[in-house]
Design a protein around this ligand. Sequence first.
Ligand code: UD1
Length: 366
Amino acid sequence: MKIIHVAGARPNFMKLAPILRELKKMPEVHSILLHTGQHYDVNMSDVFFDDLNLPWPDINLEVGSGSHAFQTAQVMERFEPVVLSEKPDLVLVVGDVNSTLACSLVAAKLDIPIAHVEAGVRSFDRNMPEEINRIVTDTLSELLFTPSLHASKNLLNQGIPAEKIYFVGNVMVDSLLYALQIARKRSVWKRWGLKPGSYAVLTLHRASNVDDYETLRELLAVIAQISQGQPVVFPVHPRTSHRLMDAGLDALVQSFPGLILCEPLGYLDFISLLSDARVVLTDSGGIQSETTILGVHCLTLRQNTEWPETIEHGTNYLVGTNQERILQALDEIYKNKRGQPERPEGWDGKAASRIVAVLRRHFHLQ
Ligand code: UD1
């Protein structure tokens, strides 16, 4: 059996790594790892291969950046000949980035079954490009592997037949638990002379936050205030870095005394930084899951989340971008101790083995 596994952008790598590790145990499966090249900087891509023990991609489409239509079209145009020549039995896609959507469209038109890992996740906000990618990919997929019971329910509500839906748990947690011990030993905070539990971590890259000048300014105003009380480590995503420069706000950000700016970090360094943080402020999806498992408080700087279980069971607070609300939530958090979350069902480090068990059954493998 031949599977093409699709990776394109930073959050895809930690979702694929545990699946490829499990499949390596099955000699009857030939896995081809395809990188679309949506992310290409060393610290947005290459470093994750080392950190996660991922094999180097067999194929790289080298599409690079561009508008949504351009990037999606480039991936489609370059992926189609690969599928035609490799004739895989399955295309496995993860997450919700443009590469996920583009490769799903190609596979569906060539009548190749698609497995979608992290299916059914919804923010119910169609202004998010990722929400469009999720809805279309789920509609086209044959095997839908969901990370949570909420996600399974969303698929049923969308009219996806129950026999295509497999609740397997969260593969991101597989990677986190696999890497945690090694990551913790890195004590990456030492790099800036910090102490564990004494600093905040900030990440920002959502188009709705960084591409909108007013929202970006409001967020920076609150960060300026927070960083007066404690150091805030801010690994800056390339999109954000470009927007700060375009908006002429880069000098302002550099002037905040408690704000520590750095390049995007690799997986192990970032997990090390997260695991010892006092609080995390973010607009990322994956970080909401990671902080829930680590028991670190997380303020999500968005109006909605596709991970409701991190609020119900975990350490996540949805606070939007309003200054007063963020500062009030931070105040409340500091009155509490470090979180003692329950792990959502299936967030146990075994999601990849459940995915592979389904593949075995579905394709009648030994
Ligand atoms: C993409 C995903 C988003 C995911 C994020 C994780 C989509 C629609 N969005 O957003 O869901 O959360 O990745 O990082 O697929 N750039 C570089 N170097 C790189 C990659 C990007 O400089 O290696 C810059 C380019 O200027 C590019 C911009 O970042 O135009 C945005 O990159 P893009 O892949 O289009 O979207 P992300 O914001 O990274």
